[in-house]
Design a protein around this ligand. Structure first.
Ligand code: 5GP
Length: 139
């Protein structure tokens, strides 16, 4: 599938629409999911044009997973829990709805996970959580 530069995460990367940022470096961005499947649901994306895993260059795979480790450590601190669900959907057939590669990091259990894209999160709460996670990230 060709990469569409008008997808919502490309717009977030270009700063055309806002996001509650948790972490950013030269190759990645982490921000709050707007329809969280649990409190503290974060997305990690690469700053390259990749629709799904098969499009990801190795250096960006490394960068995205390195950022995911930082975010997960912060989620463990902030939410005082060890269980974090890591999820990533490849293709619409798997349920992918935004066609820019992203890892979901969800402080939850597979047995208690909320529904996917079910309900908008409260923006004040998302902003507060983003700040807490940002402060908890150690480089
Ligand atoms: P997918 O189904 O592609 O794996 O997940 C896409 C995710 O992006 C969903 O969890 C959805 O809630 C989230 N999402 C969709 N639009 C936006 C948006 O505009 N901003 C943010 N922060 N998340 C979004």
């Amino acid at each position: 599938m060709p990469y569409d530069t008008q997808n919502i995460f490309a717009k977030i990367l270009r700063g055309e629409i806002p996001s509650h940022k948790v972490y950013e470096d030269d190759k990645t961005l982490a921000f709050m999911d707007i329809m969280p499947m649990a409190e503290g649901h974060v997305l990690v994306i690469p700053k390259c044009e990749a629709v799904e895993l098969s499009d990801m260059p190795a250096d960006y795979i490394a960068a995205v997973f390195s950022t995911a480790q930082k975010v997960m450590a912060a989620q463990r601190k902030v939410f005082n829990r060890q269980g974090i669900v890591q999820m990533q959907l490849n293709n619409a057939e798997a349920g992918q709805s935004v066609f820019h590669y992203h890892i979901h990091l969800i402080p939850s259990s597979i047995y208690h996970l909320g529904l996917h894209e079910n309900r908008q999160g409260d923006h004040e709460r998302l902003a507060a959580l983003a700040n807490q996670l940002k402060s908890a990230i150690t480089n």
